[in-house]
Design a binder for this molecule. Structure first.
Ligand code: CTP
Length: 415
């Protein structure tokens, strides 16, 4: 029976991934990674070193990827009888997870004692090589390992992680392999079109929280999901991504820098500072329009009279409008994108909002109740008219919107 492909990473459908395993206890996580890749639609081939076969059997990996597993360079099954050439030729990407200290040392020295190292060495130009190291923290910190990691990176491999935490040996520190979900994100990123290569993208996301007193405040129902999906898609498109997030419960996408803020004023300050270095600003945050004029120093108590406290509000700064007026934006070096949540007259209000905020592109949510949902539909409004991005998961919608932004950047080739 085949599993349903994961719908939020359809871009891996049919992509040919070679997953390499070397010796390490993290091999058990490679089994889960293999499953995630297959569920995402990728065609996964597995090559294992002999050490890896001591931790997990080829049979397990074969069952998970649904294809024969390769462990020897003398294996004559590939059609030209040269496993080390053929498997690399077939692959669009090679991911070695876990990559042991010894394996990284082999690659750094250009040695190829076993099939997997041969494959990495003989891979055609343009096939990305991702390495997910996994080892004891002392091994990771050893100058020899660090030297080798530096060398393989200089030779073009991408070294993923490492993560820090409790290790199988009982120690705590750096050297853990990234989680399978994070490695899946890395594969997706490596295979995605690089429409924002080298650009710096700043994204505001989530709600803001405006304090009334030390224990109370006003906020809204924004989950941050769309902004975080935009951050992930921008990173995958090759951008350097800075996220400024209000209070949310969403995991930071791999490769994204995140700054947490609480109030609109804090978000304004952080965004204005990062905007001096950005090429694109995407305002997905649901910024509170007003904040209490004063925050009470102590919790406001009931006085027993039945009277309710009178709250006075002042307007928060409009972050997007201020960024659109900043010198980089005015000089055409910072492309600003707004979002809009409207409950009625979508087109009319969205077009007016785009003008008022002074931004070239505005993405209006189609349908009111998008907060917290995993899907959305957008109406894009720019100076030449409107365009719909039909309902899809926020993940897919974010990828489409990033492509639309890339297409509209000054200097982008006409689509
Ligand atoms: N925005 C912002 N700072 C604010 C208010 C909004 O940066 N203080 C940004 C949002 O991130 C979004 C866009 O402006 O990209 C539009 O936000 P929205 O809440 O739809 O509009 P408002 O400007 O608040 O106007 P209104 O509430 O009148 O619809």
């Amino acid at each position: 029976m085949t599993e349903t492909p994961l719908l939020d990473t359809p871009e891996l459908a049919g992509r040919r991934v070679l997953l390499g395993l070397t010796g390490g206890i993290a091999c058990y996580k490679a089994a889960e990674l293999c499953r995630l890749l297959v569920r995402s639609g990728a065609q996964v081939r597995v090559a294992m070193t002999h050490a890896a076969c001591r931790f997990i059997t080829p049979l397990t990996m074969q069952a998970l990827c649904g294809q024969p597993v390769f462990t020897s360079q003398w294996d004559a099954r590939p059609h030209n009888h040269m496993a080390h050439i053929e498997l690399g030729r077939e692959a669009e990407l090679i991911l070695v997870a876990p990559a042991s200290a010894d394996f990284i040392a082999q690659l750094a020295g250009g040695r190829a004692d076993e099939l997997l190292a041969l494959l990495c060495l003989a891979r055609p130009d343009g096939v990305p090589l991702l390495l997910a190291p996994a080892m004891n923290r002392q091994m990771w910190q050893h100058p020899a390992t660090q030297r080798n990691v530096h060398q393989v990176s200089a030779d073009g491999a991408s070294v993923l992680g490492v993560a820090s935490g409790a290790q199988a040996c009982g120690e705590v520190g750096e050297g853990r392999m990234l989680a399978p979900e994070q490695l899946l994100q890395c594969v997706t990123a490596a295979l995605a079109p690089k429409s924002l290569a080298g650009l710096r993208v700043l994204i505001s996301a989530g709600p803001t929280f405006e304090a009334i007193d030390p224990v109370r405040g006003i906020t809204n129902l924004s989950s941050g999901k769309m902004g975080f999906a935009m951050a992930r898609a921008a990173f995958e498109a090759g951008a350097q991504v800075q996220l400024v997030a209000g209070p949310v419960h969403v995991a930071t996408p791999y490769g994204v820098q995140r700054t947490d803020v609480t109030s609109a004023l804090q978000m304004h300050a952080a965004v204005m500072e990062y905007a001096t270095q950005a090429d694109i600003f995407i305002a997905t945050a649901a910024v509170a329009d007003w904040r209490p004029a004063e925050k009470a120093a102590q919790k406001i108590k009931k006085d027993g009279s039945g009277d309710t406290p009178a709250l006075h509000f002042v307007e928060n700064p409009d972050i997007l409008a201020d960024v659109a007026l900043s010198p980089r934006a005015v000089a055409g070096q910072l492309f600003c994108v707004g979002f809009a949540a409207e409950s009625e007259n979508l087109l009319e209000y969205a077009a007016a909002k785009r003008q008022r905020k002074g931004v070239p592109l505005l993405a209006a949510n189609i349908g009111a109740a998008t907060f917290g949902r995993d899907d959305n539909a957008l109406l894009l409004v720019d100076e030449s008219g409107t365009q719909q991005l039909p309902r899809a998961s926020k993940r897919v919608l974010a990828q489409r919107l990033i492509a639309e932004i890339a297409r509209r950047l000054p200097g982008a080739a006409a689509a």
